[in-house]
Design a protein around this ligand. Sequence first.
Ligand code: HEC
Ligand code: HEC
Length: 512
Amino acid sequence: MDGETAMYKIKDIMKTSISVLMLSGLLVAGSLADAQTEKAPALSQEAEAGRSLYNDWCAGCHGADGLGDGPAADYLDPRPRNFVDGAFKIRNTVSGELPTDEDIFKMIDVGMPGSSMPGWKKQFSEKQIHQLVAYIKTLIDMEFFGEEIPEKITVGEPLPSSAESLAKGKELYRKLKCWECHGEEGRGDGPSAPTLKDDWGNPIISADITKGWTFRGGSHTFDIYRTFTTGLDGTPMPSYIDTIGDEDRWHLSNYVKSLSPLEMPPVKTVLTSRRIKGEIPGNPDDPIWRQGEDYFFPLAGQIVFEPKLYTPSIDSILIKSVYNDKEVAFLITWNDRTRNAPEKGKDELPDSMAVQFPVELKDERPHFVLGDAGNPVNLWKWKAGGDTLEEANARGVGKYFPQGPESQGLKGDAAYMHGRWKLIVKRSLTTEEENNDIQFVPGEFIPISFLAWDGSNNEAGGKMSLSSWYYLVLEKPVTARAFIFTPLAILGAVGLEFLAMRRARRGARSRN
Ligand code: HEC
Ligand code: HEC
């Protein structure tokens, strides 16, 4: 595998960690399924062809009989669809109706973002996807639905987004109590959110509508409009077709659309720490923290060592870094639907975040899950509830050593508002404990990664979300010489970045 493909694969794994890693297992499960469904009644030729594709590629998740109970199902959240009950989320038909053939086709073709349902565009021809559609329809228990053709929704003229339309949409969001489930600012943290269940009795989280790229049905304005119009069957997300008129549904869609970017923010390899003059502000709302770039890093559940986390709740963080001549600081922001900050002695798991560095800069990076025997890591770990900050070292899972009171004065502060944590951590650039602590030298490429725990999702210890390694660079101070050589300096920086990428790729390749 070349470097390019290796990087791509890592990114892909970060996005759909479970689906990708499980596919090999599914193949085995699929052949098992083949043996179990011999009893099926006579099918059309098209459905028959679909059946064999289904057994090979879909049954591992959706189950041999389409009950959503394949061998992988217990590891997935949301669970794979039970086709027999005929409740489909994404449809162009009114609430409670079956989807159209095109609806099913599209879901198979593009997949369902934010879930483990992959898109199959690259795997199958259009003809094969039609065969799968034909077969899936035979799995539905038609006694409940009868013979009538499902009623399609009528779509009114789209209304362009404007300040006025957004204001109306925002008002509707309040009035229709969307916030009860989705939260004041849309991060899925509303008061009803913890109690929600799907039609099969499984707990279901209400969508974080500030992350449009995780919407199952897509995040174009029309997709959102369709969601309000049809509701998501099988879930508590209702249809508003009888509650508000067509225009209002467009206003609401414009508003929801404005809450998030259309696509997942790009993931960069190198996080640059900006040099500032004067003190590092401890308040996340200080103008200094509003300048400069937010870096986006995806997180995935830890499934390398026991105990594993198959259904992580924190899927990404946003981070900024600044430094001055004494200290380096990070502002880490992440969405978490519930605040878990237990008081001392309370039997509740706290929300938690850690920044991970290698202790020593070598060619080889430590294992991304807490380092390894030959390559220890330095961890800065924050826990909600008493806001404890701990410096620690680790040499692999189960080998975690807090530095204790003589550690080097990590400082920080955290605040929780409307489904989001903001944490600032800072430390002096250098310490006296070179054997245990990372030392920061401007211009050096320092591996950095992140570990996160959501207390309400029973996350603690090895049950965590984590990122792969990225690089941190403290930008070099600008000197008079640098002004003269700016073009050269830029060239040099690009060269270095390239070098870092190459290194990252080499690392990725050696792990693959
Ligand atoms: C890795 C597991 C996995 C595999 C493999 C998989 N699916 Fe899914 N599928 C899911 C999950 C999970 C959902 C439900 C997502 C949700 O509810 O948000 C789903 C949902 C669906 C839906 C429902 C769409 C809707 O609107 O509700 C269809 C149709 C579907 N899958 C078809 C297929 C077909 C066909 C295949 C094989 C070619 C397949 N799936 C393979 C996990 C999988
Ligand atoms: C009773 C709780 C509840 C209410 C009220 C509610 N929703 Fe939802 N909504 C949900 C749940 C649960 C989901 C996630 C379903 C899933 O996992 O597929 C969801 C999903 C969504 C999605 C994502 C759709 C997709 O394609 O994945 C959007 C957008 C959304 N809701 C917006 C709204 C807006 C706007 C309102 C008010 C008009 C609203 N919701 C009212 C519970 C609710």
